[in-house]
Write a protein that binds this ligand. Structure first.
Ligand code: ADP
Ligand code: NI
Length: 218
């Protein structure tokens, strides 16, 4: 596939995400695309399908665009004359990658597993911490409330309507992602990001309750 298709896919996604501050800005897509390419190099799979799916993975997000119609992805791929068999693969991937609270939906294709892993890697580590607080802030949620329990969600709707704290989101979702990686490469990449989040939570709690006495110079 001509490389310029991927540039145009990125521009297409960028225009759709304009003005979004809830964790779906275009740079999330750019990072997922880069991560997916790295994983694909190690794991194999059709690179064109991986790249297109990564760049289009959020363009029909029901939270942002309603429905679940794949309308935007279809419009882009039709206008580019992407072969129908490639389009079908990309649709299958886009509709199955999101982990929605309870979800254990795993894409069937290797390409889909790679894009799902890349999307999950971008939800953990330092970027994951930043995205979680940006998202929580955009929804007016508290960072942390002592005594607020984290929950297991039984449905997508329950997960979406939760007004839980952002710290609880780490326990409800982010700390679980390492164990849900599909590919060995992503599992390895998740290790350091996971440890970083655990360190962050430990430091956060220690500072919160005033027990943090260590100084940077100790
Ligand atoms: P996806 O990219 O799979 O669609 P989401 O839309 O669920 O993921 O989340 C987008 C970003 O916002 C992620 O970084 C996620 O961790 C974060 N996020 C989602 N729900 C919450 C929440 N309740 N509290 C804090 N951060 C959240
Ligand atoms: Ni995403």
């Amino acid at each position: 596939m001509d490389d310029s298709v991927f540039d145009r896919a990125q521009d297409f996604a960028a225009r759709l995400f304009e003005g979004d501050s809830g964790g779906h800005d275009i740079y999330h897509t750019v990072r997922v695309h880069a991560l997916a390419r790295t994983i694909c190099e190690a794991e194999g799979g059709d690179e064109d399908v991986v790249r297109l799916s990564a760049l289009l993975h959020d363009v029909d997000d029901p939270k942002l665009f309603g429905g679940g119609s794949l309308r935007n992805a279809r419009r882009f791929m039709e206008s580019e004359g992407i072969p129908p068999d490639v389009q079908e693969k990309v649709f299958a991937i886009i509709s199955s990658i999101s982990f929605k609270g309870t979800g254990r939906s795993v894409p069937e294709s290797l390409e889909g597993k790679i894009v799902q892993d890349a999307d999950r890697l971008d939800a953990i580590g330092a970027i994951g911490v930043a995205r979680a607080f940006a998202y929580g802030g955009s929804k007016g949620r508290a960072m942390h409330v002592p005594g607020a329990e984290s929950r297991e969600f039984r449905s997508e709707a329950e997960y979406r309507s939760s007004d839980g704290t952002t710290i609880n989101h780490f326990h409800e979702k982010l700390l679980k992602l390492k164990g849900l990686m599909n590919t060995e490469s992503a599992r390895r990449m998740a290790e350091a990001r996971h440890r970083y989040m655990e360190g962050f939570l430990e430091e956060f709690m220690a500072e919160w309750d005033g027990s943090r006495r260590r100084h940077l110079h100790d």
